[in-house]
Design a binder for this molecule. Structure first.
Ligand code: INI
Length: 161
């Protein structure tokens, strides 16, 4: 059995981050986590471009536009949807998850999904630099991993026998 060995080095990558302003405190912390992780992994800060959008529902449209430029190896989507008393939560969650999946399917550009879907602000804060870590940092790693993996899949793992 052989597996592809994937580096988590972000050196030389061009990355776009789409981040929602809605629930700004939480999203700001997700963004900070993602930027710190990318820098730790060797990304050039000038090669990381951030697009703010009003809310999570708008993330897929911006992610698609960025992916279609052909300039970015991956897009990182960051947002926080918090359950209220109406079905709005479900529609926003469905819109952003379906939308991001369609962008990946249609463009082939990896889009890391860092949109929190939580019952309350406490759950979201715990995942935006609190007790459960920082989802922004986690999905930054996922983006790097997918770029590196996709670049290798045309060749067999371990090189040609
Ligand atoms: N957008 C979010 O990112 N998080 C939310 O929790 C949220 N809630 O609860 O309503 C939310 N709504 C706004 C939505 O994403 C759009 O920006 C808006 O509907 C305009 O299209």
């Amino acid at each position: 059995m052989k597996s592809w060995e994937v580096s988590l080095d972000a050196t030389g990558l061009n990355l776009a981050i789409v981040v929602a302003r809605f629930n700004h405190l939480i999203c700001g912390q997700l963004l900070e986590g993602a930027l710190e992780e990318l820098e730790r992994r060797g990304a050039n800060p000038d090669a990381v471009h951030v697009a703010w959008v009003p809310g999570a529902f708008e993330i897929p449209q911006a992610a698609r536009a960025l992916a279609n430029t052909g300039r970015y190896d991956a897009v990182i989507a960051l947002g926080a949807v918090i359950r209220g008393g109406t079905p709005h939560f479900d529609y926003v969650c469905e819109g952003v998850t379906d939308g991001v999946r369609e962008v990946m399917r249609d463009t082939g550009v990896p889009v890391a999904f860092g949109v929190l879907t939580c019952d309350d602000v406490e759950q979201a804060l715990a995942r935006a630099g609190g007790a459960h870590g920082n989802k922004g940092s986690d999905v930054a790693l996922a983006a790097i991993e997918m770029v590196r993996l996709l670049a290798q899949l045309g060749d067999p793992p371990g090189g040609r026998a």
